[in-house]
Design a protein around this ligand. Sequence first.
Ligand code: 5GP
Ligand code: ZN
Length: 111
Amino acid sequence: MMRECLFCKIIKREIPSEIIYETDKVIVFKDIHPKAEVHLLILPKKHVVSINHLEEKDKELMGELILTAQKIAKEKKLKGYKLIINVGREAGQFIDHLHLHLLSGKLSELP
Ligand code: 5GP
Ligand code: ZN
């Protein structure tokens, strides 16, 4: 079952990660291989495979993910940041659990 994906395991604390923010719907943790001074992953706790798998009822959830990025950027006083969402293997999505990359500071290469 797809439910046992890596990010679902991180959400359930079955795999350790540096979680920096969490609500009942959203979680944010540090990327294990940072590609910028700040490289965070923002994701829904609900297992959604990718942008291509979103449904009408997920509208609010997507808004929450973006607003979470804004909140964290504000808290961390980031001067500017990039939000990246890879969709599908061909575009570099290797974890099939929807996530936003929040990148700030010197960027080495795009994720
Ligand atoms: P994607 O390539 O799917 O858009 O992004 C997946 C991201 O997850 C990559 O940037 C990768 O470094 C990160 N990642 C992969 N495995 C782990 C892990 O076990 N822990 C954390 N914190 N990040 C991971
Ligand atoms: Zn998952």
